[in-house]
Design a protein around this ligand. Structure first.
Ligand code: FES
Length: 142
């Protein structure tokens, strides 16, 4: 295979991957996992949650709470692209909310914000929401 053939093959594979992504995930999911918001871990957070999902992947969420409102949130995961999209969207959804309002967020609500998730990735949204709820529990314990 010469260099031209190699470049063509790479371009073909890239297009194939993009096509598969677009036919599997919503535009919102693709946007969130290609360019996630709030990826990382806050130093000295007010609330921390870490959960390992049934698939073996882990998510960690750290929150900053001030004057009774969530002011900042970060997520970290070693999970799939759908989980990255979930963490990104979820940490955006919590900003400016009270811990009580955040406790009421369900995976269905997260999926609605993401404009749907394929059935085989529903557990990724549950992992994200369970991690968020764990973080809120840790806040209430303090
Ligand atoms: Fe494990 Fe998505 S979190 S497959």
């Amino acid at each position: 295979m010469d260099e031209d053939d190699f470049v063509k093959m790479v371009e073909y594979l890239q297009k194939k991957i993009e096509y598969e992504e677009e036919s599997t995930y919503s535009q919102t999911v693709i946007r969130e996992y290609r360019n996630p918001a709030n990826f990382g871990v806050l130093e000295h957070p007010d609330a921390v949650g870490m959960v390992k999902g049934p698939c073996g992947d882990t998510m960690k969420i750290t929150l900053r709470v001030k004057d009774g409102l969530i002011r900042d949130g970060r997520f970290w995961t070693d999970g799939c692209g759908a989980t990255i999209a979930c963490g990104s969207m979820l940490t955006k959804m919590v900003e400016g909310k009270t811990p009580e309002e955040v406790s009421a967020i369900t995976s269905k609500r997260l999926i609605d914000e993401l404009e749907d998730l394929p059935k085989e990735h529903i557990h990724c949204s549950k992992l994200a929401v369970n991690t968020l709820h764990k973080a809120i529990e840790s806040y209430h314990k303090d």
